[in-house]
Design a protein around this ligand. Structure first.
Ligand SMILES: [Mn+2]
Length: 372
């Protein structure tokens, strides 16, 4: 397929929210009644693996393209998302994550996005603003799932971009990409509600894939990116190249700090009020930049009013990409745009694009219709 044709297939001309919301309802309904095929293969992990291993890279790429088209065009009406396809996509991405480095080293240009938390229409708005892959490269900082209402659509669209463009679409792990967290905050419940008999297998396969997602990325050798923040266990970039995978999510360890820690107006490393990991002050940020010889730390994990917020004399920036977070905040969403020459700028989606009340109502109506 020529580049021109491919762009034509993936380009979504303009995000029209009424049409989109309408179509989204249909995906939800269809997913609930998703037809089941190959049920014995689906039930047996060894048989599943055998059937997925047989597929060529070309076949997997075509599969990912179809998945992207289904999710973007919202033709969920005629092209329902089958359980077997979800399992295949998680399998393909697990293999990709395992084959890539623990510290993902990439160059600009790239757009860095923070937490999305199941807000699928807003994820589409981000892509509409920044350019749909492969027109732009992306680096997501984790927390695709939980809290929001379209966790499945968000994680599936991101994974299908990952499967199709493994080197240009980077997905880091957030603290919600952990089974013991997302069984409490919405993702597991959404799967159980929407996916019927095979729901638990789907959730387990998502969990196995999440266990091997990378935790850190380095852009142009100068910009360090992660979901939560720093750790006093980081002594060199090599420590980040040797991160454990998978790791014990119960441990007080470097890996958990990267997923959980926060910057705060404190001195030194202090216990985190979240009850997990630590908070760290401006001095720790500046010292870490010197130690690792980097210019900037980009992280997500906290809602910030303007979508981005600097800390420690612009040595650290928090990015949050779920506008109107949970329908209760009035925050903007932002993307951090890094050029080929590593210049940093921000693209902001302001809340006025969609009034809070209007948005809340639509979301509630949609949710009600989906569970009928
Ligand atoms: Mn988080």
């Amino acid at each position: 397929m020529s580049k021109k044709q491919r762009e034509k297939v993936f380009r979504v001309p303009m995000f029209r929210r009424s049409v989109f919301w309408g179509n989204l309802k249909m995906i939800g309904k269809k997913a609930v009644s998703a037809a089941v095929s190959d049920s014995d293969v689906m039930m047996d992990e060894a048989k599943r693996r055998e059937s997925f291993e047989k597929r060529t890279d070309e076949s997997n790429q075509r599969f990912a393209e179809t998945f992207i088209k289904t999710l973007l065009s919202c033709k969920g009406v005629s092209k329902e998302v089958k359980t077997m396809d979800i399992l295949r996509l998680t399998y393909i991405c697990k293999k990709i994550f395992e084959s890539q480095n623990r510290l993902v080293e990439i160059d600009g240009p790239v757009r860095i996005c923070g937490d999305v938390h199941g807000q699928f229409p807003d994820l589409i708005r981000l892509f509409a603003q920044g350019g749909f892959p492969p027109d732009s490269n992306y680096l997501f900082l984790g927390d695709y799932v939980d809290r929001g209402q379209y966790n499945l659509e968000v994680i599936l669209l991101c994974l299908s971009f990952k499967a199709r463009y493994p080197n240009n679409f980077i997905m880091l792990r957030g603290n919600h990409e952990m089974a013991h967290i997302n069984e409490k905050y919405g993702f597991k419940e959404e799967i159980m509600t929407r996916r019927g008999d095979f729901a638990i297998i789907i959730w387990e396969e998502f969990s196995k894939m999440m266990d091997v997602m990378p935790l850190v990325a380095l852009v142009g050798g100068r910009i360090l990116c992660m979901h939560g923040g720093l750790s006093q266990h980081i002594k060199s970039l090599d420590d980040l190249r040797k991160l454990k995978c998978p790791f014990n999510t119960e441990d007080d360890c470097l890996e958990n700090d990267i997923l959980w820690s926060d910057p705060a107006k404190v001195s030194g490393w202090q216990p985190n009020p979240r009850g997990a990991s630590v908070v760290f002050g401006e001095t720790e940020v500046k010292d870490m930049c010197k130690l690792l010889d980097i210019d900037l730390i980009v992280r997500g994990h906290q809602v910030v009013q303007d979508g981005y917020e600097f800390f420690a004399g612009k040595k650290l920036v928090t990015i949050f990409s779920a506008p109107h977070y949970m329908g209760t905040f009035t925050n903007s969403a932002a993307m951090c745009k890094v050029s080929a020459g590593l210049e940093v700028s921000f693209e902001v989606l302001k809340p006025e694009d969609l009034k809070v009340e209007e948005r809340k109502m639509t979301a509630e109506t949609t949710a009600a219709e989906m569970t009928q």
